[in-house]
Write a protein that binds this ligand. Structure first.
Ligand SMILES: [Zn+2]
Length: 275
């Protein structure tokens, strides 16, 4: 069966009974991607990228799915989204203050996760557990709740002097990492950074910073039959068709027997599926 073409968007995710469920929005409705594990299918490139904001054709995708003008104009494409400690909302220079109010000037979590090993990260409270699944984390634990994205970025930067703030996606796709006692790690970090955390709490105001001492670890299982021994990445920038037997899904990656494809980095690519 061949679907009509549509613009790719990241897979929607849900955590049900500890399992990651993936759905892909297509022109003919939502496809539960977990049901395709063990099956063969292909993604055909429509050789066209449409900006996920304005819909215009763009030869290249910027900031993960935007045309060049939108990437310069939108707050979500600004450097402070990658580096939240650079948030400049308070200076009155946010590219889109309304967007900033809705997405950045709201409560965020700082969390520990185990994706390719221990890491620290931040997310809007509403993005839990989505953010963790998008990163392929098998365990996660919120450790701080703070008033804004900026504050979470400052805490993350502090903690990243001690632990990683990146996921090694190749390692993440080679298998599940060893389990980590995240609660013990949290307690260690609180011990180690006690004074710095107190200083930041005083700076931001104690009503804006909650140190979370007794949250529970969230465990996440991914629909993966077999992990690849070698991680070869495939993309529609290099090939017109990508696909094969689907062995698993983790993070935003489809793990085919012929290689892995990052669906998120194909946002806005026009495609059709051959199921
Ligand atoms: Zn655009």
């Amino acid at each position: 069966m061949e679907n009509s073409s549509f613009n790719l968007d990241k897979m929607e995710v849900e955590l049900i009974d500890g399992k990651a469920i993936y759905k892909l929005q297509t022109n003919s409705g939502l496809i539960i991607m977990n049901d395709l594990i063990g099956k063969t299918f292909k993604i055909h490139s429509g050789k066209e990228i449409n900006c996920c904001n304005c819909g215009k054709k763009t030869a290249k995708s910027y900031s993960g799915g935007y045309c060049y003008p939108c990437s310069l104009k939108l707050a979500e494409c600004d450097m402070c989204i990658l580096k939240p400690e650079l948030c400049h909302f308070d200076k009155g220079t946010c590219r889109q203050p309304d967007w900033g109010l809705q997405h950045c000037m709201i409560p965020h979590y700082v969390y520990l996760a185990n994706s390719s090993g221990l890491k620290v990260g931040i997310t809007r409270t509403s993005q839990i557990p989505t953010r963790w699944i998008d990163q392929g984390a098998i365990q996660a634990l919120p450790i701080l709740k703070v008033g804004t994205r900026y504050m979470s970025g400052v805490f993350e930067k502090l903690l990243s002097t001690e632990i990683n703030d990146k996921t090694d996606w190749r390692k993440m796709l080679k298998g599940d990492p060893d389990e980590i006692d995240l609660e013990a790690k949290r307690d260690e970090l609180f011990e180690l950074f006690g004074e710095d955390l107190d200083d930041l709490e005083n700076r931001f105001g104690s009503d804006k910073v909650s140190i979370l001492e007794s949250e529970l670890v969230v465990d996440i299982k991914y629909p993966v039959e077999v992990y690849p021994e070698k991680v070869a990445s495939v993309s529609l920038d290099k090939a017109e068709v990508v696909g094969g037997r689907l062995q698993g899904i983790k993070g935003q990656y489809l793990i085919f027997d012929v290689g892995v494809i990052n669906i998120r980095s194909h946002t806005g690519h026009k495609v059709h599926l051959e199921l």
